[in-house]
Design a protein around this ligand. Structure first.
Ligand SMILES: [Fe+2]
Ligand SMILES: [Fe+2]
Length: 240
């Protein structure tokens, strides 16, 4: 009888209507399915006849207005377990340039997020692909900004291996875009992408990024360090 268990549903338009109620039953149901309460909770708290409620939810789902959220994640009332900040960038990966290290930590967080999605069992394949798509896009966009930021620091410091380093960045961007294209074409590229990221990106940080650290750190300090107006302006230029 309880076909939905304690799964919650998320409106596809992403609008949060929680707290808003209406009289007509279908619309009312749409308003209470807001990604915050399980179907069981709605039945209990709003005094719905369970059988009727499940039938209505089934109908709304078929209309494509809502998508189920994986139940384990639903218990925490969020789309995916997003607490990814537990994994801190190890010391041997730190350049000592605070702005760069923060950006690398951000990349680590996104990779952890992708890994979390990979390990999560979603009730709805399309929803899972949507979640992956969001993180892949975010990861690639952020990596491109990060690379441009680093290149600007290296130029400023007249770093001798600037061209070689930039070339490595370009190769990585080309490769990332290939993954993006394959993902758009419907391929599940998560496992492969994570392997590449773990192997390639982190090696790049540990070897190539750490190599420019002494020269760049000197320049950053001479410009008033990370908290100064120069750094603020630079960050704004690349990250908005
Ligand atoms: Fe980097
Ligand atoms: Fe780099």
């Amino acid at each position: 009888m309880n076909q939905f268990g304690d799964i919650i549903f998320k409106r596809v338009d992403g609008v949060d209507y929680s707290g808003v109620r209406d009289n007509t039953s279908l619309f009312s149901l749409l308003l209470v399915i807001d990604g915050k309460r399980t179907v069981n909770a709605i039945a209990r708290e709003d005094n719905y006849d369970e059988k009727e409620l499940f039938a209505m939810i089934d109908q709304i789902e078929k209309m494509g207005l809502i998508v189920p959220v994986e139940s384990a994640a639903a218990k925490g009332y969020q789309e995916t377990p997003m607490d990814v900040s537990f994994f801190k960038l190890p010391k041997k990966y730190r350049t000592g340039i605070v702005m760069v290290d923060n950006q690398h930590q951000m990349l680590v967080d996104m990779v952890t997020q992708l890994d979390t999605i990979r390990k999560t069992q979603y009730a709805n394949v399309q929803f899972r692909m949507g979640e992956i798509g969001k993180v892949v896009k975010q990861l690639i966009d952020y990596t491109i900004s990060h690379f441009a930021f680093e290149e600007s620091l290296m130029r400023e410091a007249n770093y001798e291996h600037y061209s070689a380093h930039k070339r490595i960045h370009e190769l990585f961007i080309t490769r990332s875009n290939e993954y993006k294209e394959r993902f758009i074409a419907g391929e599940d590229i998560v496992d492969e992408l994570l392997e590449v990221l773990n192997r390639w990106l982190f090696n790049h940080i540990r070897n190539d990024d750490l190599a420019f650290a002494p020269a760049v750190l000197k320049t950053v300090k001479s410009k008033g360090d990370t908290n100064g107006p120069w750094a603020t302006k630079l960050l704004k230029k690349f990250f908005g």
